[in-house]
Design a protein around this ligand. Structure first.
Ligand SMILES: O=C(O)CCC(=O)C(=O)O
Ligand SMILES: [Fe+2]
Length: 261
């Protein structure tokens, strides 16, 4: 990546809530990841509640050398550093999120769990998902879709949604009219196997049904950065962030309240 490209990617992550860096995994490591993830799923019985997220196998790097190699992968570290996002650190593990042939879409959701914390208003990302798809993705096999800008701005969908995952969405019907809808502003994030997808935990996203005969596997690693103003941030720091009390306990919440305008 040139410095200009790195800046553009970071700007897109801040503005739209996601960006893609091409060809981060080598072919050899991609093969290793495919083999290892298939092995990890071999004896796994996915809980039925997770049908919209697929296998949902979790693993820690400390227990699995291939996963640790992915969490330490130098091209990813280099890309993050070039984008001035080098202060993001992995939380130590990954989740395998799959769509087997014929499996349903993933509902609209966002994954920020601190909606009572003024940090929810940060104009920069604090928590991101670092995602690797192990096959090329397109709407036919369940690619990701994102509504750009929704990490900072409330849209009507926010108020129509069932809260994500264990808080409700895992238990909805497959024909839910809102949760699986198409949105006029949605963007399909079609990638090549081995590309790197970075996305802000707050952005609204979902994924299509897999209508092909091949499994779609995603290895997703949560990353967070310290609760400080990033060095690249030269604009004014919003008052709500500048005045935030870092000692205070903010009760966790998945539901965007008044901090999302
Ligand atoms: O399956 C995907 O492409 C996205 C998964 C996701 O966003 C989630 O499980 O929270
Ligand atoms: Fe998600």
């Amino acid at each position: 990546m040139t410095p200009e490209q790195a800046l553009e990617k970071r700007q897109q992550l801040l503005r739209d809530g996601f960006c893609v860096v091409d060809s981060i995994l080598s072919d050899e490591f991609l093969r290793e990841l495919r083999d290892e993830t298939e092995r990890m799923m071999e004896d796994w019985v996915p809980p039925p509640d997770f049908k919209y997220q697929g296998q949902h196998v979790t693993a820690r790097g400390e227990d699995n050398p291939t996963i640790q190699k992915l969490l330490d992968w130098p091209p990813t570290r280099r890309a993050l550093e070039q984008m001035d996002l080098g202060d993001f650190a992995s939380m130590g593990g990954i989740i395998l999120l799959t769509k087997d042939p014929g499996e349903p879409a993933l509902y609209w959701h966002q994954d920020w769990m601190q909606w009572n914390d003024p940090l929810s208003c940060s104009p920069w990302p604090q928590i991101i998902f670092v995602s690797y798809y192990l096959s090329d993705t397109a709407p036919e096999n369940g690619c990701l879709k994102v509504i750009p800008g929704t990490h900072h701005k409330r849209i009507p969908l926010h108020d129509e949604m069932v809260p994500a995952h264990e808080q409700g969405a895992r238990f909805i019907e497959e024909n839910h009219p809102t949760m699986f809808s198409d949105h006029p502003d949605q963007v399909d994030v079609c990638v090549k196997a081995g590309d790197l997808v970075l996305a802000d935990a707050r952005v609204l996203h979902s994924a299509y049904r897999n209508q092909t005969h091949e499994r779609r596997t995603l290895v997703l690693a949560w990353h967070r950065r310290p609760e400080t103003v990033p060095a690249y941030w030269t604009d004014e720091v919003p008052a709500i962030i500048a005045e935030r009390d870092p000692q205070k306990e903010y009760a966790g919440s998945r539901i965007p309240g008044e901090l999302l305008q």
